[in-house]
Design a protein. Structure first.
Length: 372
């Protein structure tokens, strides 16, 4: 059966705009500069073995959760993992969700109430925007990392105010000024929510905790599919927050729990990183090396780097050239990013060699000399 006509038109428009998305995988002959596996834990054999042992020790023999956590899906690995995370993240409570997307939906759709106001950074991730969309609160964006614009909008806001940001922004790799945001929120009695997806494991247990501000932030969202090399996410906060989410967060209440093996992998990744902090130091060295070699480009202090190449056609051509040179990167097209800011998103990993990083940068220079 064909799609409805107006839906078919949307697909055709995507193809005309050169923004049509297709699934693919990283070719084995290419060096991966596209994934969020910043510390290499997703491919770490010791983590895999440790996860298997945790699963055996738990005596949980199920392959699946069998139901939502409020019915039959809550098992001992959930309790162990949430306790471990709360301890390491120095939080009162922790509640695990199946993904970062679900965690943001679950938190932001449940906590702000009708008559409240949510102010979110204009470059916040789609999962944050979708969670906000499900809320009954008033919502407004503030200019990216613009504290003056945020303060101006807080003064005009109604009800309880919630400020939402990311510690590291996924498409640009730049960072929020968490200290300044905490100060503003405390001044106006607003609640600060920080998505730590791309700082967890890279900046200690997340930038908020690394800067010792975790007791002054209302809620943190940490995701395990990036530097931790696992799957799932968690909301960190007070016991009262966790109890409220268990009772009112619909994406938590009405979804099947995670399989035991996934929770064992989360535990294994955290325990492994506890014992191998040198991985974070090694990643920091690779970021520093990239910044030295890529001085002709705008750089960040995080694993996420970008090369702006305006236009979907041009940025696709650059990505294709780099694939031919043996470097796998993904072109980020509009409308994912605003038209004119299409870019190659480069993700640096602790396991990258300096030769691989230097070769990638040299290949970008070669392409620009030939075609740009």
């Amino acid at each position: 059966m064909r799609l409805p006509y107006h839906i078919q038109l949307r697909l055709e428009e995507r193809e005309k705009e050169n923004s049509f998305r297709m699934l693919g995988s990283i070719p084995p002959e290419c060096t991966d500069f596209s994934s969020n596996d910043y510390l290499g834990l997703a491919q770490n054999k010791e983590v895999n073995q440790l996860a298997k042992q945790i699963l055996v020790d738990s005596k949980v023999t199920l392959h699946g959760a069998t139901g939502s956590r409020l019915i039959s899906g809550n098992h001992i690995l959930y309790e162990q993992t949430e306790s471990l995370l709360a301890d390491l993240h120095q939080a009162e409570g922790c509640l695990i969700y199946p993904s970062g997307y679900m965690a943001n939906l679950g938190l932001l759709s449940a906590i702000p109430q009708r008559g409240d106001t949510i102010l979110y950074d204009a470059l916040c991730h789609a999962s944050i925007r979708d969670g906000i969309r499900l809320s009954l609160a008033h919502t407004h964006s503030f200019q990216h990392n613009n504290l003056q614009d945020l303060e101006k909008k807080i003064k005009r806001s109604r009800g309880q105010v919630y400020v939402v940001t990311e510690s590291v922004f996924s498409m640009d790799g730049d960072e929020a000024n968490i200290q300044a945001l905490v100060n503003i929120c405390e001044t106006y009695q607003a609640y600060l929510i920080v998505d730590e997806a791309h700082s967890l494991g890279v900046q200690g247990w997340g930038k908020v905790q690394q800067t010792n501000l975790h007791q002054r932030v209302f809620a943190r969202v940490v995701t395990f599919g990036k530097a931790m090399g696992a799957h799932g996410a968690a909301v960190l906060g007070s016991w009262e927050l966790i109890k409220y989410l268990i009772n009112f967060s619909r994406p938590f209440i009405y979804t099947t729990g995670m399989p035991p093996a996934a929770l064992a992998t989360i535990q294994a990744a955290y325990r492994y990183l506890q014992g191998h902090p040198e991985l974070q130091q090694l990643l920091a060295q690779k970021i520093s090396f990239y910044k030295q070699k890529a001085h002709a480009f705008e750089t960040t202090s995080t694993p996420i780097q970008r090369i702006i190449e305006p236009g979907n056609v041009a940025v696709r051509a650059l990505a294709s050239f780099l694939h031919q040179q043996g470097y796998y990167v993904k072109p980020i097209l509009s409308p994912t990013v605003p038209a004119g800011t299409e870019r190659i998103r480069i993700c640096l990993h602790a396991q990258h060699t300096e030769q691989e990083i230097a070769g990638l940068i040299e290949s970008i220079h070669q392409w620009r000399e030939r075609y740009s």
